[in-house]
Design a protein around this ligand. Structure first.
Ligand SMILES: [Ca+2]
Length: 306
């Protein structure tokens, strides 16, 4: 470009001709670089805002379209409010010992369905199948509980259908060993003869821990407890001269066991069971003894079942 007055070459950003001082009619002031930067940032910001709005609108439109196309997504939300699912989580929490890795996943799954409904509707098929599994597991655990409770009921009915034990129901006795001294015998049958002056004495070396007697019945009866007279209760001298059981193990025909600790005194001691037991025999084993001051023979004079 040239000066209109003197014809010398001039630049666009020169306000006047540097040769003649005439005004440059084509003068364009240089743009501020800071303004350029601000404009650029504004453009970028606006672009980001427009893109974000567009993405949100597009996502909502897509979600609505899928909702209309697939009715199962709405049934998922309904399923999540089905009481069965809530039942399953409460049942699980009330029975921690039954909890296994599969059922323990039920609770978090139910939480997710209520906390993130949008995510669920975007994956309707997967969510629906997981709800289906929950319902199936719930019905399984309910069936288990029902069968358990019915088994417990049957067991109770079975127990209550047997009569209470009476001493006349004992038809035979056996023992692991018994003492015979000339004409004096100390068999297990002496524990049920109603005479405290006679009794069963084991006949092994030592104090007879592990020796036992069995009282057999003519059927199955309910035993609620027993009264026992330990040692030989003829008199105080014979009582303390011989050994007395300090602890006995009671074993029933179903294999269940009760351990009973005994006092070291003459007379009857009462052992009442926490739960009555149905059995067709009773095994009494010497677990521990109070030592005799003269002899190593451990005796039981009387046992009464009730
Ligand atoms: Ca006796």
């Amino acid at each position: 470009m040239y000066c209109e007055r003197c014809g010398q070459p001039i630049q666009e950003n020169e306000p006047v001709c540097r040769f003649c001082g005439a005004q440059n009619n084509y003068y364009k002031p240089p743009t501020d670089p800071r303004k350029k930067k601000i404009v650029l940032l504004l453009v970028i910001f606006l672009g980001v805002v427009i893109l974000t709005i567009g993405a949100i609108l597009g996502w909502n439109a897509l979600s609505k379209k899928q909702d209309k196309e697939d009715p199962s997504s709405s049934s998922v939300e309904e399923s999540s409010s089905v009481p069965l699912v809530q039942d399953s989580s409460s049942q699980i929490s009330s029975e921690p010992e039954k909890e296994d890795p599969e059922t323990s996943e039920v609770k978090p799954g139910a939480d997710e369905s209520s906390a993130a409904p949008e995510e669920e509707s975007s994956q309707p098929e997967e969510s629906a199948s997981s709800i289906g599994e929950q319902v199936t597991e719930t019905s399984d655990s309910k069936a288990e509980q029902e069968s358990e409770s019915s088994a417990a009921q049957e067991s109770e009915e079975e127990s209550s259908s047997y009569p209470a034990i009476d001493m006349t129901d004992i038809v035979s006795t056996t023992e692991s060993s018994y003492l015979k001294e000339s004409d004096l015998h100390y068999p297990a049958s002496s524990t049920i003869d109603g005479d405290p002056a006679t009794g069963w004495s084991e006949d092994v070396s030592g104090y007879g821990e592990g020796e036992w007697i069995v009282l057999s019945f003519d059927g199955t009866y309910i035993i609620s407890g027993l009264r026992i007279a330990t040692g030989l209760q003829t008199d105080s001298d014979r009582y303390f001269n011989n050994a007395r059981p300090r602890q006995i193990l009671l074993t029933f025909s179903d294999g269940s066991e009760i351990t009973a600790d005994l006092e070291d005194r003459m007379g009857y001691q009462n052992i009442e069971f926490e739960q009555p037991v149905a059995s067709n025999n009773l095994k009494v084993t010497i677990s521990a003894v109070y030592r005799g001051s003269k002899y190593e023979d451990t005796l039981i004079s009387e046992i009464e079942l009730y």
